[in-house]
Write a protein that binds this ligand. Structure first.
Ligand SMILES: Nc1ncnc2c1ncn2[C@@H]1O[C@H](COP(=O)(O)OP(=O)(O)OP(=O)(O)O)[C@@H](O)[C@H]1O
Ligand SMILES: [Mg+2]
Length: 488
């Protein structure tokens, strides 16, 4: 799994916070070291002065009480936090002035920590048990007396700690402000991009695949300023939308022209076809004096012209459906249509068994009556033409919730498998030899189901070939949407 990438807003905010933190840490470290160094230097200067005063003080009388402050500590000028240790031969006197300036003797352990410091005149830091860190200077006077002087580092450490705390607080506040600022800035800068994205999303949701498409969506003028990166994206998107709109318009124009041509051609063909049929009929009715061979030829002309008329009517109907002509909408009882269609089918082929299953109180929907009748006629014609005599054909009408279902089912040979994928496409028809067709039956063009599909879709419905294994018959299920009511 790839880790989810952060949004730009989040990344910029995080980067700004990290940079502020880095700068604050660097500045804090450098300035803290500088402050500490200068404070320790000052302390060291005071330490040398304190040590000088201690060296000038009188030697402690030998054998004096250890609890008295040693002279090096009681000379004027020695302040709180000062400690001294004097080693004069075998005698050691050591003491410490606490925060209140009160004298405290040093324990043996504390003295040991101090005597470990070498008497080389160098100032160093010594941790005195129980008292904390001290800057310590050890010196030996010409009489061989060792004087160790120390000044507490506590004040310096306090100051540095306070400084660090203040600096940390400022750094945190700075980071919070930077995060807020970055968030607001990025959000403001992103808003135009979000608008551009919204435009693209709206375009993506438009149905562009067919028909007349109005592609009016554009990125707002304010978001197409080429001086900004987002503006460049917006302007590019607008240019692209312009091109797409032109291309779609060109496609629609050429589609319309082709449709118009088919419709016009079909329309124009009707009149000459009617004349041809009429003359051929005339010869059939008045055969006197016409040789047998010519009569036969005229019969062929008549049947072919009838076939061509059907083809032309179908093509005209499809061209009109393609053009999206508005349907004639009226309340139609599908049960009435079904009864009529089955009666006609029975008249056309009494050799089939016709069965009807409809609701008693009707099924009224708002549809184009002529087109719907054609749907039933085409489906029943298929069940009649593409099945052998004796086949049972069921026509059922069912009312559903907000829809009506019409099913035409037969127990004939079924739709050949190779036809199924393109069954509803134009000019799809089965191998003539495989379907045993009654003599004199109307010729097949392969437009019947294409028309059914177009009509049903124009009504917002669907048609499917119900799943059935080849050989167990064909079942076409038409679902039409719309409020359905019984007439009773
Ligand atoms: N009920 C059915 N049983 C078996 N095959 C069918 C059935 N209905 C359709 N078919 C097959 O589907 C093909 C296409 O049907 P369609 O109605 O579109 O064209 P057609 O019947 O051949 O010609 P047209 O209806 O234009 O006169 C048919 O040629 C036939 O092979
Ligand atoms: Mg057909």
């Amino acid at each position: 799994m790839t880790p989810r990438r952060w949004t730009l807003r989040r990344r910029v905010t995080a980067l700004v916070i990290a940079l502020v933190a880095l700068v604050a840490a660097t500045m804090g470290t450098v300035s803290t070291y500088a402050l500490q160094g200068s404070l320790v230097d000052q302390l060291d200067e005071r330490l040398v002065a304190t040590s000088d005063r201690g060296m000038n003080a009188a030697r402690p009388p030998r054998g004096e009480d250890r609890d008295e402050p040693p002279p090096a500590l009681s000379v004027p000028g020695q302040g709180a936090g000062t400690l001294t240790l004097t080693v004069d031969g075998a005698q050691t006197v050591a003491g410490y002035l606490d925060d209140d300036g009160t004298f405290e003797p040093l324990t043996i352990e504390q003295q040991d920590a101090l005597t470990e410091a070498a008497a080389d005149g160098e100032v160093r830091t010594v941790a005195v048990p129980g008292l904390g860190d001290f800057r310590v200077l050890a010196r030996t006077d010409p009489d061989g007396v060792l004087l160790v002087t120390g000044l507490s580092l506590a004040d310096v450490q306090h100051t540095v700690r306070d400084y660090l705390l203040a600096e940390g607080a400022v750094a945190l506040a700075g980071m919070a402000l930077a995060a807020l600022g970055a968030g607001i800035l990025v959000r403001r800068e992103m808003r135009p991009l979000e608008r551009v994205a919204r435009t693209a999303t709206r375009v993506a949701e438009l149905p562009l695949h067919s028909g007349a498409v109005s592609l009016a969506e554009r990125v707002p003028e304010a978001d197409t300023d080429p001086a900004t990166e987002v503006g460049q994206v917006g302007a590019a998107l607008n240019r692209m939308l312009g091109h797409v709109e032109d291309a779609l318009a060109a496609r629609h124009d050429s589609e319309t022209q082709v449709r118009q041509f088919v419709a016009d051609a079909s329309h124009e063909l009707r009149t000459p076809l009617a004349s041809i049929r009429g003359y051929a009929e005339l010869v059939r009715r008045r055969p006197e004096g016409v040789p047998d061979e010519a009569q036969h030829a005229m019969a062929r002309v008549e049947s072919e012209s009838r076939r061509m008329t059907t083809l032309v009517e179908d093509m005209l109907l499809l061209a009109r459906l393609d053009a999206g002509r508005p349907l004639a909408r009226a309340e139609v009882d599908l049960v009435v249509l079904a009864v009529e269609a089955v009666a006609d089918a029975h008249a056309a082929s009494p050799a089939h068994r016709w069965r009807l299953d409809v609701p008693d109180d009707g099924a009224t929907v708002v549809v184009d009556e002529d087109r719907l009748r054609q749907v039933l006629v085409n489906l029943l014609a298929n069940a009649r033409v593409h099945t052998p005599a004796g086949t049972t054909v069921d026509l059922a009408v069912r009312r559903g919730a907000g829809s009506v279902v019409v099913e035409v089912r037969d127990d004939g040979p079924g739709v050949p498998d190779d036809l199924r994928p393109r069954l509803f496409q134009r000019f799809t028809r089965g191998d003539e030899g495989r379907t045993r067709r009654p003599a004199g039956a109307e010729p097949s063009t392969g437009l019947g189901l294409a028309i059914v599909d177009s009509v049903v879709r124009a009504h917002g419905g669907t048609i499917v070939l119900a799943e059935s294994k080849s050989g167990s018959g064909a079942a076409f299920v038409v679902t039409l949407p719309g409020a359905v009511s019984g007439s009773g």
